[in-house]
Design a protein around this ligand. Structure first.
Ligand SMILES: Cc1cc2nc3c(=O)[nH]c(=O)nc-3n(C[C@H](O)[C@H](O)[C@H](O)COP(=O)(O)OP(=O)(O)OC[C@H]3O[C@@H](n4cnc5c(N)ncnc54)[C@H](O)[C@@H]3O)c2cc1C
Length: 379
């Protein structure tokens, strides 16, 4: 049995960089190939619940993420007039708060700096064109014609993963009929934690990113055919959703939306790659295997957990197939739980926004509470 000494990671996003750090920490040589010639991460935020912070801690970056982000308590769930009817979040874990809000760009920088410290090799503007799986490793042809040989290849190239296509063939993400609009603002004085407002046609979230900045997300139903929204329609459409919310915390933001280019609009998709997510010496992690809509704010958390678990299993050095099988054992049900619960929440929201009756069992608070409590369990 050959020891795993050299790993190629395709995709240098949250999951890829997390995996690279985790593997360097156990002494494995790691190369990342990233298709972007240079990173250009957008500045709206991302929610990290306490389980994400616990996983970031295993990579040695939780404190930095907390320092450069904004720790906050549970999210207050409110009506459009501001009446609070519930609160939600994973429980705090030890020194980690229920949530940390952080700009995606800053989270990326935190991970990237750690990658540089631990000696991850980056090759930018590159992808894989051919993967040949052999008994003891993989041979790769890159898009610039160069070649390489590795003990393992990890596909961390996101929801439209090329590695997945090369290894497993075509699997396409499913559009769920909902979209998210995001925009960053100066932080209102009275915003002390995260807020979610539930309207009849949309849902609005306000999430702190630093002591001075927040980002807003708005979830809306844009139609089954996933229509293209022209730039000149972005501001009027986003503002029209916000008109449903008289609560000043939301209403006061309307006039501050001035720049269509700063609106980050994204149709929401999910993807379940069937078990197992590996073949031979190639494994798919993160969104490439289990992309979820953001209704539980946990997609990136799952990708970071994938990284931590994979390194723990590789450290045992008892053969790739045993390592990958144990990885699947620890990851499959947990990731499935999040993707399926998020899909359920999305389905109910869509029915509501379309003015259709909800099934009797629809209880979003219960589904969220149960899933987030389960995420607090050790990985
Ligand atoms: C609207 C929205 C809001 C979200 N909010 C949250 C949240 O609050 N909290 C949370 O935990 N998660 C959230 N998520 C989910 C989270 O963003 C993803 O789960 C996470 O980014 C997945 O990480 P990844 O590394 O698997 O993929 P990605 O982040 O997509 O990274 C993939 C990387 O691979 C590169 N790449 C792509 N193709 C190739 C190729 N062929 N060759 C080489 N490189 C390639 C890309 O350029 C990118 O750098 C949200 C998602 C959406 C859509």
């Amino acid at each position: 049995m050959k020891a795993i000494e050299k790993v190629l990671i395709v995709g240098g996003g949250i999951g890829g960089q997390s995996t690279a750090i985790a593997l360097r920490q156990i002494g494995i040589a790691v190369e990342i190939v990233e298709i972007l010639p240079q990173y250009d991460v957008y500045g709206v935020g991302i929610i990290q619940m306490s389980n994400a912070l616990r996983a970031l801690d295993a990579l040695g970056v939780a404190d930095e993420a907390l320092k450069r982000g904004c720790p906050y308590d549970k999210v207050k769930m409110c009506t459009p007039t501001g009446h609070q009817f519930n609160e939600i979040g994973t429980p705090p874990m030890g020194r980690f708060p229920s949530h940390n809000g952080i700009s995606r760009r800053i989270l990326h920088e935190v991970l990237h700096e750690r990658c540089e410290t631990v000696g991850v090799q980056f090759r930018m503007g590159l992808t894989v064109d051919q993967i040949t799986d052999k008994e003891n490793g993989v041979d790769v042809v890159f898009s610039d014609g160069t070649t390489g040989s590795y003990d393992l290849l990890i596909g961390a190239d996101g929801v439209n993963s090329k590695v997945r296509k090369l290894i497993f063939g075509d699997y396409f993400p499913k559009y769920v009929g909902l979209s998210v609009w995001r925009y960053a603002f100066d932080r209102p004085k009275d915003l002390e934690t995260g807020y979610m407002y539930f309207g009849k046609h949309s849902k609005v979230g306000l999430i702190p990113m630093t002591k001075d900045k927040i980002y807003m997300f708005v979830v809306s139903a844009e139609g089954a055919d996933n229509p293209f929204i022209a730039e000149d329609q972005m501001i009027p459409k986003l503002k029209s959703y916000l008109e449903e919310y008289p609560v000043p915390m939301v209403h006061d933001l309307i006039d501050q939306i001035t720049e269509p280019k700063l609106i980050n609009y994204r149709p929401l998709e999910t993807l379940h790659l069937p078990d197992p997510w590996y073949k031979g010496n190639v494994l798919i992690i993160g969104d490439g295997a289990h992309a979820t809509i953001p209704h539980l704010g946990s997609g990136a958390a799952l990708a970071i957990e994938d990284a931590v678990v994979l390194a723990q299993e590789i450290a045992k050095q008892d053969g790739t197939q045993a390592i990958f099988a144990r990885f699947m054992n620890r990851r499959l049900e947990r990731c499935k739980m999040v993707v399926e619960a998020s899909e359920k929440l999305g389905e109910w929201e869509l029915l509501e926004y379309e003015g259709k009756p909800l099934p009797e069992e629809a209880n979003a608070g219960a589904v969220m509470g149960k899933t987030l409590m389960a995420l607090a369990q050790p990985i």
